[in-house]
Design a protein around this ligand. Structure first.
Ligand SMILES: [Zn+2]
Length: 283
C-alpha cells in the first residue's frame, strides 16, 4: 500500500489523459497514403475544440500526449492546448511503437521532437511511448532527453521505475483505453473481454471499476481517451461526467499527470523503486 495521495490524503490518484492528434498515427500505421494532404484532420478541426470547451466547462486541467510531428504540422492546435492550461506530453514523433523500434529509430524520433519543442516553446515533461510497451528499451533514454516521468501500460501502480533514471510511472491498464469500449477490433481489451463496442455508458462503467481497483491498491492511474475517437457529443459529454464523478470521489485525487509524477518524486519513501515489466495486451 502506497502512501496518501495529494493534499487531502486520497487513496489513489487519477489523471484523465488524451492521446493522438492529426494524421500522425494514421501515417505511421499506413492507413493513409504517405503523400496524402495533411492539415485539416477532424481531430484538430472538430474533436479538439469540443474537448477543450468541455474541459473548460468542467474546470479540469488534463494531459494531452501529442505526437511531436503535430508541433510542426498543427502548431496552433498544440499552442491552444497549452494556452488553455493543459499539459502537453510527448507521444513519439510519428507514433513509432517502441517495442518494434530500434534504438537508432527512437533516438531519431527524440531528436526530431526536441527540435520542434524548441521551435514552439512548448516543452513536454511527460512521455507516453506509443503503443504502451517499452520492448527492449529503457526509460533512461527519456530521462537523458529531459523527460520527468513516463506513462506506460502496466500493473505497478504509482511506483518509481527500476532504472538508473528512477522516473516516476503513471501506469494504465489496457482496459483504461477508450478503444476497448468504442472501437471494433479493440473490444477484447475490456475486462472481461468484449465482442462489440458498448458506448459511453459502458466506458463509464469500465473506468469506474478501474478507479475502484486503483483506490483499493493505493495507486495511481491514467485513463486514456483518443482525441480522434471523441467524434460524437455523447462521447465528449461522458468525459465531463467522468471528471465530475472523480472530482466528487473522496477516495480520488484527480490531478494532472505531471502533478501525480511530482507527488511520486516528492514522496520517495512511499513509492519504492520497482522494476517495470511490459504487459502486452491479451488480445
Ligand atoms: Zn498512441
Amino acid at each position: 500500500m502506497a502512501g496518501e495521495w495529494g493534499p487531502d490524503g486520497a487513496d489513489c490518484a487519477v489523471a484523465v489523459t488524451f492521446d493522438h492528434l492529426g494524421e500522425a498515427a494514421e501515417i505511421q500505421l499506413g492507413s493513409i497514403a504517405p503523400d496524402a494532404p495533411v492539415g485539416h484532420h477532424h481531430s484538430v478541426t472538430r474533436e479538439l475544440p469540443a474537448l477543450l470547451a468541455m474541459l473548460d466547462e468542467h474546470s479540469y486541467s488534463a494531459t494531452f500526449f501529442v505526437e511531436a510531428w503535430n508541433f510542426r504540422n498543427y502548431p496552433d492546435a498544440v499552442r491552444a492546448i497549452a494556452e488553455a492550461g493543459h499539459e502537453v506530453g510527448w507521444h513519439g514523433w510519428l507514433h513509432e511503437p517502441w517495442h518494434r523500434s530500434s534504438a537508432a529509430e527512437i533516438a531519431e524520433s527524440l531528436r526530431l521532437s526536441l527540435d520542434v519543442f524548441g521551435e514552439l516553446g512548448v516543452r513536454p515533461r511527460g512521455a507516453r511511448p506509443p503503443a504502451g510497451l517499452l520492448g527492449p528499451h529503457s526509460v533512461d533514454v527519456l530521462a537523458e532527453h529531459g523527460f520527468d516521468y513516463v506513462s506506460i501500460a502496466g500493473t505497478a501502480f504509482g511506483t518509481t521505475l527500476g532504472s538508473a533514471a528512477r522516473l516516476p510511472l503513471l501506469p494504465y491498464p489496457w482496459h483504461a483505453v477508450d478503444g476497448a469500449y468504442y472501437v471494433p477490433g479493440f473490444t477484447r481489451l475490456r475486462q472481461p473481454p468484449g465482442e462489440e463496442p458498448v458506448g459511453p455508458a459502458g466506458l463509464l462503467e469500465g473506468y469506474a471499476a478501474i478507479v475502484d481497483d486503483t483506490a483499493a491498491a493505493g495507486g495511481c492511474v491514467g485513463l486514456i481517451f483518443h482525441v480522434p475517437w471523441q467524434d460524437s457529443p455523447d462521447r465528449v459529454a461522458a468525459i465531463g461526467t467522468l471528471v465530475d464523478r472523480l472530482a466528487a470521489d473522496e477516495r480520488v485525487w484527480l490531478a494532472r499527470a505531471d502533478e501525480i509524477a511530482d507527488w511520486v518524486r516528492d514522496h520517495p519513501a512511499d513509492f519504492p523503486e520497482t522494476a517495470h515489466t511490459d504487459r502486452a495486451p491479451a488480445w
